[in-house]
Design a protein around this ligand. Structure first.
Ligand code: 5GP
Length: 194
């Protein structure tokens, strides 16, 4: 169970797979506020389009844009990632395209976690073909040790070691996204437990 001192609500079933809390709700909120301030400064006067990579970056993006105090548009894109496994297949496929036109616009792609970088590389290459003015990468978590591509984020919430993490949008077999903090996942957790 959790080793850090968040006692509220930890009795719920969704907390059973929690091994170690890496970042609390308060730490996440504070870091996102800083990132929002930086992005507001960097993109002042530009036509900003935030592209949220579904589904993992949903929580991060919703919180981040509320700390950006310049006008922006929001759109969503989805690609296949881990599926039901905890290791990447290395193959990305678009499952939901944008509604907005990106030509000539300043883009920030918001992602939950950058691991091998394959998903981000695929997305950046795809969006480049549509002639945006600029593409920046903003990730809540950066697992630098597993990078096998040149994908390099411009904005990073936290750099983490090589652990499988869940919560704050990150899933395990499509569940546990709504754990409000970021934590490591118990290796001995049996999916049938809940
Ligand atoms: P990449 O293509 O960079 O290897 O992987 C990116 C995607 O893999 C992320 O968007 C995320 O969905 C998934 N992923 C990578 N590491 C983790 C992790 O530690 N936990 C979870 N839940 N998903 C991860």
């Amino acid at each position: 169970m959790a080793e850090m001192g968040i006692s509220k609500n930890l009795k719920g079933k969704i907390f059973e797979p929690v091994e170690l809390i890496l970042y609390t709700e308060e730490q996440i909120e504070q870091r996102i506020e800083e990132m929002g301030r930086q992005i507001s400064k960097d993109f002042a006067g530009k036509d900003l389009l935030v592209i949220c990579v579904l589904k993992g970056a949903l929580y991060f993006t919703a919180d981040l844009i509320r700390h950006i105090d310049i006008p922006l548009s929001l759109d969503f894109i989805a690609v296949t990632s881990y599926g039901n496994s905890t290791t990447t297949s290395g193959i990305a496929r678009l499952t939901k395209d944008l509604e907005e036109d990106v030509e000539g616009r300043h883009i920030i792609i918001t992602e939950d976690i950058l691991d091998t970088g394959l998903t981000m590389e695929y997305l950046v290459n795809l969006l480049k073909l549509r002639n945006p003015a600029d593409i920046k990468i903003c990730t809540m978590l950066d697992k630098t040790s597993r990078r096998i591509t040149k994908a390099a984020p411009d904005y990073v919430g936290f750099t983490i070691p090589e652990h499988f993490v869940v919560g704050y949008g990150l899933d395990h077999k499509h569940r546990f996204r709504h754990i409000p903090f970021i934590c490591t996942f118990r290796k001995d957790f049996d999916d049938e437990e809940i």
